[in-house]
Ligand binder design. Structure first.
Ligand SMILES: [Zn+2]
Ligand SMILES: [Zn+2]
Length: 341
């Protein structure tokens, strides 16, 4: 019989299939086929994008020219713009504000024929350094309340207009609802138990091991108890930390290592499905009310990797429930990295 499982971090219910019915080969999805036309994110095409706002490049190279490892540019068709006032107002009962914020593209490699999991550890570390540098910079903008970083890999995950390996950053003037829900639940758990809910769950997963996928000195990856998607993965620092941007040099390298191993496993064992990767970080800390008072102790940043092997349907949209045909325990067996990575 299937099970209904409640996600402890979001209070969301998921219907999880039982048993070992499905295998990775039962899913049919389109592998990422890269377009080969002109690409503004390839090396030597730098003039086709707005000027870089962050870059890690060879010291002999010139800004906005070739010779870089990771390059961040504003999106030329942004969802939000940095300039101008917020202009909070009402339209009848609805709240409205100007689309103030930032939308940036992080080109993870100068090469068009490489995906994130095919890069060297040092190159992936540079991508993480770019995320950190942009978060620290945008935190200084008084309008920015939340910096969202995500990645769409493959057409089925939304990467149909750009096939170069990129991540995206959207700086928002509000904290997204999905994040707020997690913050509230973590805060309430802390108020009750004086412990971080994420630290508690990760200790359990490390002890129980049936949903454990891999670990190294600083990070652990597991299939969440109430996974919404087949082969969903969560990556958490083993040490308690509310802010992604505060990680140190060795931790950056260990994060690059575990991410590369997980994404390679997804490619090799599951057949390279489309996926979305997103960073769940704390919001920018500014005094507002007191709901963030204990955030440094109660929230624990993490990364979600969500393979997209079928479309979300009317059932999911209408009910808010997800149906996952592959149990996380089975997913962890397929994805397991074996020895510490
Ligand atoms: Zn390209
Ligand atoms: Zn914690």
């Amino acid at each position: 019989m299937s099970q209904m499982r409640k996600d402890i971090f979001t209070d969301r219910w998921v219907i999880v299939a039982d048993g070992d019915g499905l295998q990775p080969t039962d899913f049919h999805f389109k592998k990422f086929a890269k377009e080969t036309g002109f690409c503004p994110f390839c090396e030597s095409n730098e003039a086709a994008t707005p000027p870089e706002v962050f870059v890690i490049r060879n010291p002999d190279s010139s800004p906005n020219g070739p010779g870089w490892s990771v390059r961040v540019v504003p999106n030329s068709r942004p969802r939000l713009r940095v300039e101008g006032p917020l202009g909070r107002r009402a339209e009848a009962l609805h709240d409205l504000m100007n689309g103030v914020g930032a939308h940036e593209i992080i080109a993870e490699t100068p090469r068009h024929d490489r995906s994130l999991h095919e890069l060297e550890i040092e190159e992936i570390s540079n991508v993480i350094r770019a995320y950190i540098a942009r978060i620290l910079d945008l935190e200084g903008d008084q309008h920015v309340r939340y910096v969202l970083i995500f990645k769409n890999h493959g057409e089925g995950a939304g990467a149909h207009t750009i096939s170069h390996s990129i991540s995206q950053l959207v700086a928002l003037p509000v904290t997204p609802r999905a994040v707020k829900t997690k913050l509230m639940i973590a805060r309430d758990y802390f108020a009750l138990k004086e412990r971080c809910i994420y630290c508690d769950v990760l200790q359990q997963e490390l002890k129980g091991r049936k949903r454990l996928i891999g670990e190294n000195d600083d990070f652990v990856a597991f299939a969440p108890f109430a996974s919404r998607f087949p082969f969903e993965m969560a990556v958490l620092p083993k040490f308690h930390s509310s802010a992604f941007s505060r990680i140190g040099a060795t931790q950056i390298e260990n994060l690059a290592r575990i991410l590369r191993n997980l994404l390679q496993k997804l490619d090799q064992t599951i057949g390279g499905p489309p996926y979305n990767l997103s960073l769940h970080d704390r919001p920018v800390l500014r005094p507002r009310g007191n709901y963030l008072n204990t955030i440094e102790e109660d929230f624990h940043w993490h990364i979600e990797i969500l393979p997209q092997m079928f479309r979300v349907t009317g059932f999911e949209w209408a009910s808010g429930f997800f149906y996952n045909p592959v149990s996380p325990e089975l997913a962890a067996r397929h994805l397991s990295l074996g020895l510490p990575v």
